[in-house]
Design a protein around this ligand. Sequence first.
Ligand code: NI
Length: 216
Amino acid sequence: MRRNNGWTPRFLALNSQSMAILKIARMGHPVLRKVAQPLSDPAAPGVIGLIRDMVETMEDANGAGLAAPQVHISARVVVFQAPEDRSEAPDVDPGDGEEAFDHTAELTVLINPEIEFLSEDRELGMEGCLSVPGLRGLVPRCPHIRYSGYNEKGEHFVREARGFHARVVQHEVDHLDGILYLQRMEDMGALMFESEMKHYIQAEDAQDAVSEERSE
Ligand code: NI
């Protein structure tokens, strides 16, 4: 059937009250390469069910954010939890290299998002992705953005973000345009397994200490 206005979401028909953990598409699945469709009505019944399932899936997978294409739905919807005051990448537990995301941080639901870069700078920061399990990489991102979109009530909002918050938004919105963080990396030498990250960080810290000594 030809899609009217590009938007005939599968999930609108489901409208289930119960929450579900959804299957996450991994790199290679074509849904991750597609440009997702905007929602014609962000407050439509059924959208809230999708959002609940996305939040449950994100928390279950210990992610900071999730975009609808990652759960096989090609719609311009993302959810994320980024503490407002966190300016840097999350701390890494040196024990097992697992990141512990703070799921008590404010949840943002962002439908049909737009991003405006407020700085010409690009900062490198470590990213991972639930669709690329086990890997981390250094990705250049704009450190200061303004973003806008609709929340789950269909209300339009505009917000400024810096640092980690700005990074998460750019990462998630990239998913809506069919882009994975690996495609944003400039140095594939800075791609690593999550389990090796503690060694990378130790090496970086040692290097920083040396350059600090030299500059003193
Ligand atoms: Ni991702």
